[in-house]
Design a protein around this ligand. Structure first.
Ligand SMILES: O=C(CO)COP(=O)(O)O
Length: 281
């Protein structure tokens, strides 16, 4: 096991495949992401912008093999570069080992090459009744394996007519899990919060930029100053056109992509938009 946590760069673009793809499609997709002709992340930007792919449990192992092969080729050709992708898991259990039928150990996830574990997604809360307490325990177990918890937070109800009230309500709802997770993990452990308003997931359009920016500011205030790094991303129907001029670029540390990353073209467009803002003052 690695002895230290992964270092989080300035910007992150994470892709969860949820349960959408067959194994074959996942592996083809990863190969396409890595194909240099698709120029998903310019090598010069790799220390500032990191992508992570979060496939289903079954494909973590073959994905990690593909990434390893890619890294070996890079090293053999003498190309100096950060690896373009981290690998993540969509969940884990809070214990490392034992009689827990059907659960997946964070230690195994780590052993297969993951650096990030997504926790507390709205779908897990709604369908599997996952609680704040369970999510916090999973975050602690994730950190114990030197991986980064990617904790999803977000209000359930869509904003009403008074914007400030909607923001206050959203921050209040998100703060409960943010606090529970921060209390459960070591102070120096890096953590990622994905602000995903539940009402904006699986929709044609994302939440409004002003609402997201204000809620993320509130979430940052709840996180406060801590020794470990913390990043706050936006997710919920995020895709091309959301980052640049007048968009989320100045408000968040990255995006958590779902359906709008299913085609390589969509990923390439989002990456371009983020790359264009990387060196802005
Ligand atoms: O839940 C999400 C990412 O975890 C977002 O999914 P969609 O972008 O498909 O709405």
């Amino acid at each position: 096991m690695a002895s230290s946590y992964p270092i989080l760069p300035e910007k992150l673009l994470l892709i969860s495949l949820k349960m959408y793809f067959t194994p074959d499609r996942t592996l083809t997709y990863l190969r396409d992401l890595l194909n240099p002709s698709n120029e998903i992340v310019h090598p010069a930007n790799r220390d500032k912008l990191l992508l992570a792919l979060i496939p289903d449990f079954l494909t973590i192992w073959p994905c990690s093999q593909i990434l390893k092969e890619y890294d070996t080729n890079l090293t053999n050709t003498g190309t100096p570069s950060q690896p373009p992708f981290l690998l993540g898991a969509q969940d884990c259990f809070w214990e490392l080992q034992g009689a827990y039928t059907g659960e997946v150990s964070p230690a195994s996830i780590r052993a297969l090459g993951c650096s990030i574990v997504e926790l507390g997604h709205a779908e897990r809360r709604a369908i599997f009744n996952e609680s704040d307490e369970q999510t916090a325990r999973k975050a602690a177990a994730t950190c114990s394996q030197h991986m980064v918890p990617l904790v999803c937070v977000g209000e359930v109800t869509a904003p009403g007519p008074i914007a400030s009230e909607a923001v206050g309500q959203a921050v209040t709802e998100c703060a409960v899990l943010v606090r529970a997770v921060l209390a459960a993990i070591p102070d120096d452990a890096p953590v990622i919060f994905a602000y995903e308003p539940v009402w904006a997931i699986g929709q044609p359009k994302p939440a409004g930029v002003d609402h997201v920016a204000a809620v993320v500011q509130g979430i940052r205030a709840v996180i406060g100053v801590r020794p470990g790094s913390a990043r706050v991303l936006y997710g919920g129907s995020a895709g091309p056109g959301l980052w640049g001029e007048g968009g989320l670029g100045r408000a968040v540390d990255g995006m958590f992509l779902g359906r709008f990353a299913h085609e390589i073209q969509g990923v390439r467009e989002v990456v371009r938009e983020v790359e264009e803002t990387l060196n802005l003052p």
